[in-house]
Design a binder for this molecule. Structure first.
Ligand code: BEZ
Ligand code: FE
Length: 315
């Protein structure tokens, strides 16, 4: 037996007082106050309603499925704390964070591309001198990062801020392991010199898992997806009169490079990591006792300011 929606008279179908499966979104949107309907807010809510109704019409969830969806979102909310934003994590693994970022960081060609900020940015990381290390726990394979900050014409930008952070060699950010890692481990704020150059020491980044002990992690598992982020170093690069860039330096040999859990990879952001076997050269760089070290050059190109905010703090 094929079930049909209850028939409505033509008058009922076109009367917004009556709900109709056929034009449900229009009926809901017709209730928005006329003055509000013309505003950005009214238009956004109307579009959301249209897409949500189209989704439900396509999927035709059972009552149990709809309840499960509501329970999932409730759990996502309950998992949020002062330190954890599970809704942003959900947006990250669905690629929505990257889409919003792409829309909001269109730049002239040649400018460094943006990628995801992630939840582990800390606004007050310590300022360090060029050449300092950000690794305070002595774990991992030594790495030197060098680069130049320029504008899109290639003119060096002196005094630009290069704010970097990464996980330690166990795959955790310092803020995930208070009392285990030294505070501000693997973080530092550097300033470019008169030639726009900066450099710092660190360790080769490794892949790590995004927080996966909550509902988003369960969703990934149900989808047969892994929670690993491709190995990267975060950088926010800024200078007066330029748009700040929120970006990464990806490690090219990472096994998860092409399947980053939050879709952050862009080809222009893959670093050219080079390994040098030379104990003396390692010692000269301050990596005493290491028979080798890694090097990567990461240049950043800033575009003139559009007045747009670089990023919104995540929590
Ligand atoms: C990160 O790169 O730090 C990150 C990005 C998205 C979700 C979780 C972590
Ligand atoms: Fe990260």
């Amino acid at each position: 037996m094929v079930l049909q929606p209850p028939s409505q008279s033509a008058a009922e179908t076109h009367d917004p007082a009556f709900f109709s499966e056929l034009n449900s979104a229009e009926i809901v949107n017709a209730r928005i106050d006329r003055a509000v309907a013309d505003t950005r807010f009214g238009q956004v809510i109307a579009a959301m309603t249209r897409h949500l109704h189209a989704f439900i019409s396509e999927v035709e969830p059972t009552n149990e499925e709809w309840l499960a969806a509501i329970q999932f979102l409730t759990e996502v909310g309950h998992t949020c704390t002062e330190w954890r934003q599970e809704f942003i994590l959900l947006s990250d693994i669905l690629g929505v964070s990257m889409l919003v970022d792409a829309i909001n960081s269109r730049r002239p060609s040649g400018a460094t591309e943006n990628t995801i900020l992630g939840p582990f940015y800390v606004a007050n990381a310590p300022h360090r001198a060029n050449g300092d290390t950000i690794c305070l726990d002595d774990k991992g394979e030594p790495l030197v990062v060098r680069g130049q900050v320029t504008d899109t014409n290639g003119t060096p930008i002196a005094n630009a801020v290069v704010d970097v952070w990464q996980t330690n060699d166990d795959g955790f950010y310092d803020v995930q392991q208070p009392g285990i890692q030294p505070a501000m481990n693997m973080r530092g704020v550097f300033r470019t010199d008169a030639a726009g150059r900066y450099w710092f020491r660190s360790v080769r980044p490794r892949y790590y898992q995004i927080p996966s002990d909550g509902p988003v992690g369960q969703l990934l598992e149900k989808l047969g997806r892994h929670p690993n982020r491709a190995a990267h170093i975060h950088a926010v690069v800024s200078a007066d009169e330029y748009d700040a860039v929120v970006t990464h330096i990806f490690e090219p040999n990472c096994q998860y490079l092409r399947e980053d859990a939050v879709f952050g990879l862009k080809s222009s952001l893959i670093g050219d990591f080079k390994r040098t076997e030379d104990e003396q050269a390692a010692a000269a760089l301050g990596f005493t006792g290491s028979p080798f070290f890694w090097e990567v050059t990461a240049d950043f190109v800033l575009a003139p300011s559009t007045g747009r905010k670089a990023f919104v703090h995540q929590v």
